[in-house]
Structure formats: structure tokens, C-alpha cells
Design a protein around this ligand. Structure first.
Ligand SMILES: Nc1ncnc2c1ncn2[C@@H]1O[C@H](COP(=O)(O)OP(=O)(O)O)[C@@H](O)[C@H]1O
Ligand SMILES: [Mg+2]
Length: 161
């Protein structure tokens, strides 16, 4: 769909965190987000900034081995998944997430969880670009499309908004 994807340069880690704040401030609830990109692309940085923006003050652990970390947030629960080390999708069933009605799902390496995951609203693609990163928003639901527009408006207004 022409024009559906929007992208920006994030010059440094602070820009990634600021972008996470824009995402958090505009997110629908519930929201399912797939974080896509190579190792080192900035997925965990974005997730950590997002959780901080939601008021998580304690340690934000990388769910590399646990596969999931859960955080109480206003209005419910936020889940941060990292499926990089998952053996097979059956492992997801043991996490007991079927009955969870989280307000936010942040999923790194979603391609390894396949159909065992809730359907995404938004794919966020991060890529190395010089010393910084390029971020692209790929909405995959009607909710995700509206959300992307809100993110674009907010982000293009600048940091004061
Ligand atoms: N926009 C950016 N520009 C430059 N470096 C960044 C940017 N965003 C994050 N980083 C850095 O990239 C490194 C890897 O980030 P990380 O979030 O762990 O990646 P991933 O979870 O995708 O493997 C970290 O050192 C982080 O500070
Ligand atoms: Mg990571």
C-alpha cells in the first residue's frame, strides 16, 4: 500500500528512546508490536525506552533466556518478549500467555513465534544506517495505520510536543 510505510533516521540512542516515548504516548490499548531487525539494531533499546515511558522504574531485563518479562503498567500489563533463543514455538505455550490480556505486547524476533503470537498491529523495523538507525513503521492492522499517523504527527512536531 503506497505511502503506508513511514520512516525516519534515529541519529543516536537518545533518539531511539525519544521515538519510543512517541510510540508510548500514542499507542492504542491493546497494542501488539513486532520489533524487527538484526542483532544490535536497537530493538531492546526501543523496548526499554517504551517501558520507562510507561512508568516502569525497576530493572528492565532482557528476556533473552526467560523469553518473556511482564510489567504492571497503568491499565493492565505490558509484556516484553525476545524469541531469539526459542527452540520451537511449543515453548510459547509453556509461558501461559494464552489467557493474558496485556495492554501492550513488545515482541523481538516475532518471526520465531509465528502463529503462536497474537496478530500484530504494527511492525517496527530497525536497521543500521551509518552510525545511527533507520526506523520504519509498517502498520498491519487498521488500528496500526491510525496509530502510525499519530506517531508521525507527534514525531514530526519535534521533541517539545
Ligand atoms: N539510534 C541509534 N543510533 C546508534 N546506536 C543506537 C541507536 N539506538 C540504539 N543504539 C545502540 O545499539 C546497541 C544495540 O542495541 P540493542 O537495543 O541491544 O539491539 P537489539 O535488541 O536489536 O539487539 C546499543 O549499544 C544501543 O545503545
Ligand atoms: Mg534485543
Amino acid at each position: 500500500m503506497t505511502g503506508a510505510h513511514m520512516g525516519w533516521m534515529l541519529a543516536d540512542e537518545a533518539a531511539t528512546i525519544a521515538f519510543a516515548q512517541a510510540l508510548a504516548a500514542t499507542a492504542p490499548a491493546p497494542a501488539v508490536v513486532h520489533l524487527v531487525g538484526d542483532l544490535g539494531a536497537g530493538k531492546s533499546t526501543l523496548a526499554r525506552g517504551w517501558l520507562r515511558a510507561l512508568g516502569v522504574t525497576g530493572t528492565v531485563r532482557s528476556p533473552t533466556y526467560t523469553l518473556v518479562e511482564r510489567y504492571p503498567v497503568a491499565g493492565g500489563e505490558a509484556l516484553h518478549l525476545d524469541l531469539y533463543r526459542i527452540g520451537d514455538v511449543g515453548e510459547l505455550e509453556f509461558l501461559g500467555l494464552d489467557d493474558v490480556s496485556a495492554t501492550l505486547w513488545l515482541i523481538e524476533w516475532p518471526e520465531r513465534g509465528a502463529q503462536a503470537l497474537p496478530r500484530a498491529d504494527l511492525r517496527i523495523v530497525l536497521e543500521q544506517a551509518g552510525h545511527g538507525r533507520r526506523v520504519t513503521l509498517e502498520p498491519v492492522s487498521a488500528t496500526g495505520r491510525d496509530w502510525s499517523s499519530r506517531v508521525a504527527s507527534r514525531w514530526e512536531l519535534g521533541p517539545a510536543s
